[in-house]
Write a protein that binds this ligand. Structure first.
Ligand code: NDP
Length: 444
């Protein structure tokens, strides 16, 4: 069956799951040169098997809110591919979550995890539950109910979830507590845990720091670096905050942040004090980014996104499809030199086309944001050994991993006739490892 026909079949078999279709299309288009060189992948139906999850779990999550009313949400875990290791990938709690979002994220995770060089398969999960505006007790009730079902399907050698949008240390804590109580074992079933109860130092920082390390590698290859550059970041959650932190450490000036309500622009730069204000605002007060504009008297655009403001580097770090073709053209017209994806699939296909056509350095999510899952992999290793490594040790390993991901990505682009195209490089790099493993393991 041709690649086009496989894609058609994916669309027909998974109606309405538009984000999943988009993620599959990008991968299938970019691995074509690798498939031409390896006809055995087609005859063994590796691609047809790859696009079908090994297992999809969907379940009811009933819980009681503060007024005593019963609420019902829907929970998901998609165990996509375990050819190279236990399923690994985050849990997302957001009202927009449905099967198509979890499948797109789980599918991308297969290739991302392969690129890290660690033994991790791909999976993803979550719920349409919205933690925003809920009390701690409500979040705990929900998390305990969610884990009561999920605990039947996960385990330290089977499937190890982590956080994602709407799931941070608080949610991981409530879920880990419930798992431990149900199975009566203290084991590494989740990553992103607190350092006092099995978490790795450096995990909260890992995705944002890794994103900036990857960006540095792209710039370094051009004889440049981040020092003195103006950076636009979207989002103001985990990834955005630590990307900002690392940009500050490396001497760059960050001028934007956003949330789902709007965007702020601070032309003087979000310095150390302002960064600490953002962390308090988002992690403790759980407030809106608009309050930053009120505090520091800067521009706030309701419903706005950061891409209209001039910058050298853009780091989209909020959510999928948050940067479209028109935004990409605006960024290009304003002289952007590099874009690296902190979020998963934040750039639409049209935006990616603009970046590639105009020769703008473009780091796709699978490579650029793989730092988070990499340190999750390191957390799994520490849990298995019952050891904790220092922050410096973890950060050093993260830097090495991001450098290796950059090299794998750059080399594979070149090898398959697309030098400088890191989309092809990342997809082929991840795909080759998983495809070879699937061949070795037989038809399963
Ligand atoms: P958080 O929940 O900590 O933060 C998410 C941020 O994005 C918030 O500022 C949120 O605003 C904003 N956001 C969420 N949904 C939308 C939307 N529909 N439109 C506009 N803004 C939105 O999540 P993370 O920082 O962990 O995740 C951000 C992205 O990074 C996601 O794509 C995630 O998949 C990806 N990622 C995360 C990793 C991790 O380790 N955490 C690892 C790899 C990728 P608001 O508060 O208003 O909702």
């Amino acid at each position: 069956m041709s690649i086009d026909r496989i894609y058609e079949q994916v669309v027909n078999r998974n109606p309405g799951e538009v984000e999943f279709h988009q993620a599959v299309r990008e991968v299938l288009e970019s691995i074509e040169p690798a498939i031409e060189k390896h006809p055995e992948f087609m005859s063994s139906k590796v691609i047809e098997r790859l696009v079908e999850p090994e297992r999809v779990i969907m379940f009811r999550v009933p819980w009681v809110d503060d007024s005593g009313e019963v609420q019902v949400n829907r929970g998901f875990r998609v165990q996509f591919n375990s050819a190279i290791g236990p399923y690994k990938g985050g849990l997302r709690f957001h009202p927009s979550v449905y099967l198509g979002i979890i499948k797109f994220l789980g599918f991308e995770q297969i290739f991302k995890n392969a690129l890290t060089g660690l033994a991790m398969g791909g999976g993803k999960g979550g719920s349409d539950f919205d933690p925003k505006g809920k009390s701690d007790t409500e979040v705990m009730n929900f998390c305990q109910s969610f884990m009561t079902e999920l605990s039947r399907h996960v385990g330290p050698d089977t499937d190890v979830p982590a956080g994602d949008i709407g799931v941070g240390r608080r949610e991981i804590g409530y879920m880990f507590g419930q798992y431990k109580r149900l199975v009566n074992r203290f084991e590494g079933v989740l990553t992103g845990k607190g350092p006092e109860w099995g978490g790795s130092l450096g995990r909260p920082e890992a995705t944002g720091y890794g994103l900036v390390y990857f960006t540095q590698e792209m710039l370094k290859a051009q004889g440049d670096d981040l020092k003195g550059k103006t950076v636009s970041i979207s989002g103001s959650g985990n990834v955005a905050q630590f990307a900002l932190d690392k940009c500050l450490q490396l001497g760059a000036k960050v001028v934007t942040l956003s949330d789902s309500s709007g965007c702020i622009y601070d032309p003087d730069g979000i310095g150390r004090d302002k960064f600490e204000y953002v962390v308090r605002l988002k992690e403790i007060k759980r407030g809106r980014i608009k309050e930053y504009a009120e505090e520091y008297d800067v521009e706030y655009v309701d419903g706005g996104r950061p891409w209209d403001y001039p910058c050298d580097i853009a780091l989209p770090s909020a959510t999928q499809n948050e940067l479209d073709g028109a935004d990409a053209n605006t960024l290009a017209d304003n002289g952007v030199m590099a874009v690296a994806e902190g979020a998963n699939m934040p750039s639409t296909p049209e935006a990616i086309e603009v970046f590639l056509e105009k020769g703008i350095l473009f780091g796709p999510a699978k490579a650029a944001n793989a730092g988070g899952v990499s340190v999750s992999g390191l957390e799994m290793s520490q849990n298995s050994q019952r050891l904790s490594w220092s922050f410096q040790e973890v950060d050093q390993k993260l830097q090495e991993i991001m450098r290796n991901i950059y090299l794998t990505t750059a080399e594979n682009g070149k090898k398959y006739g697309a030098e400088g195209n890191f989309v092809v490089g990342a997809n082929v790099g991840g795909f080759m490892k998983v495809a070879r493993a699937m061949m070795d393991l037989g038809v399963i």
